[in-house]
Structures are given as C-alpha cells and as structure tokens.
Design a protein around this ligand. Structure first.
Ligand SMILES: [Zn+2]
Length: 293
C-alpha cells in the first residue's frame, strides 16, 4: 500500500505504474481467454469421444457374447484348401488356375479377406467386419501354399490362414521354418493343425501335450506370436475335444458339419472347395453353406 501511494506521488513513476498495470491487465485477459478456449476444446473432445463411444456401443459389446449369441451371428464364409496341382482331380486338390479364378470372383464380387483375430472379435464382441467378409485357410503345410497360393492371394490383396502339421516342417514338398516365418511376417495367421494329424477324438493326456501344447510351442518359436487358432485333422471333432481345445485356442475350425451350440467358438465352420466347381458355383455353395445353422 505504501509502495502504491509513493508511486502515485511522482508523475513519471505514475506513468510507469500505469504502463505496468495495463501490460499486466492485457496479459491477464489473454491468459483467461486461453484457459476458456482450452476448456472448450477439452469439452469438445469429450463430447466427440462420447458420441463415438455411443455409436460403437450399438454394435460392439465389452462383455463376451453368450454361446447362444455366437451361434445366432451371421457366419463369415471360411474356405479350406489343401493341395494346388494339375492332374490330380481329387477332393483335396484344385489347380492353380482354378484357385486364381476363385479368388478373382471373390475380389470382383466385393469380398474382403479377414483374419481369425477379426473373426473372434466379431463373434465374441460384435466388432464389425466388412459386409462381404470371407476367410481363406490352408491345411497341412504343403509347399505350394507359399509357392502358389500366397502369390495368388497377394495378387488380389488377400491374407490367409495357414494351419501347420508340425511334423512336416522342413520335409520334402512341405514348407520350411523360414517359409512359415515369412508368411507370418507378411501378416498372415499361422495356426496349429496338430503334430502328426491324429484325430482329436482319440487323444489321451500325452497326446494333448504332443499334438497341442508342443505343436503350439514349435509354431510359436517360428513366428514369435501366440498360437490362438486350431484346425481339426479331417475336421473330426466331438464336444469333449472342443472343451479341451477351448483351454488353448480362441477359435477352432471344423469342416461343413454341424456346429456345437455349447462350444461354438471351438467349432467354427469351414468349407472345402471342390476342384470341379466353377467360380460362380463356388460362390453359390459358399452362400448356402454359411447360411445353414
Ligand atoms: Zn489336414
């Protein structure tokens, strides 16, 4: 107070005082307006976040869907392939040209490939997937999966799922560790198809260890990623096996048979593509197979 009075006494000092006062006032106003603007921004961000959350809440759920809800969801078509060769004409083989034509018609019809992580989030948490989603899977670790199929998938911008029978790794006509590692590094998913293709319905405790736990370890050492997906050898399955598999895998894949309503995540349907179907025929069978219950 004394200081202010003494300032007011002499005029030059008073002018300096007023200058300082005005400066401080201006600075104060600027600070207040900045703070208000910042608060407005943060309110805006919070509102937007709430709106986004609200929109997502309509389709996504934070808690896992019940088995009933998983069973009721629209199925995503999952194609299953084994061999790519000319001249075999058996149920497990398509020619490279047929495979190319099948991927082409999917692309031309607007289909997009998805991977098991997306399928899992869609089935369990209702995360959206493209309207025309499909998945393409390859069983048994055949060499032509990387020398033929992978190139065709790349041509159409698709990714695939490779189910490895681990006993074959590095053998003649099968993929090596490096080739499997390359597929994983390129963003494809590598799953387990057991150690040596024994039916899961016949497993004793030691078999579970060898066919599931150890085979998972082998694949994990190659890819550096968790092994969350399984394909039943021959598609053969039962409820007891599905219960056991549910301890190890997010999803397990059967063939075009009946699903288990009590273990739907461990019985996700696939369809083997026959060598004598036209690309249009494949689309037709695909649509009917995955609209059945
Ligand atoms: Zn197989």
């Amino acid at each position: 107070m004394l200081f202010q009075v003494s300032l007011l006494i002499s005029l030059p000092n008073f002018q300096t005082f007023m200058k300082c006062f005005l400066c401080s006032f201006v600075i104060l106003i600027v600070l207040i307006s900045c703070k208000t603007a910042a608060r407005k921004d943060s309110v805006g961000t919070a509102d937007t976040a709430l709106q986004v959350k609200g929109a997502a809440a309509k389709t996504e759920s934070l808690t896992k869907n019940s088995n009933e809800a998983v069973m009721a969801k629209r199925q995503v078509p999952v194609l299953c392939y084994h061999r790519f060769e000319y001249g075999r004409n058996d149920d497990y083989t398509v020619t490279p040209d047929q495979f190319d034509a099948q991927m082409k018609i999917l692309k031309d019809s607007g289909y997009q490939s998805i991977l098991p992580d997306q399928l899992f989030d869609y089935l369990l948490y209702n995360k959206p997937v493209p309207e025309k989603s499909f998945m393409v899977t390859f069983d048994d670790n055949r060499l032509e999966h990387i020398t033929i199929a992978n190139g065709i998938l790349k041509k159409y911008g698709f990714k695939g799922v490779y189910f490895i029978m681990t006993i074959t790794i590095g053998k003649k006509n099968y993929m090596s560790k490096e080739q499997i590692g390359q597929l994983a590094a390129e963003g494809n998913t590598i799953g387990n198809h057991t150690f040596d293709h024994h039916k899961v319905t016949e497993y004793k405790e030691a078999d579970w260890q060898k066919q599931v736990v150890e085979a998972n370890q082998t694949i994990n050492e190659i890819t550096g990623k968790p092994v969350d997906y399984f394909a039943y050898p021959f598609g053969i399955n039962d409820h007891t096996a599905a219960e056991e598999l549910s301890k190890h895998y997010k999803l397990s894949f059967i063939l075009s048979t009946k699903r288990d309503s009590l273990q739907p995540t461990q019985m996700v349907r696939r369809m083997i593509v026959a060598h004598n179907w036209t690309p249009q025929g494949m689309l037709k069978v695909m649509r009917s197979t995955f609209s059945r219950n």
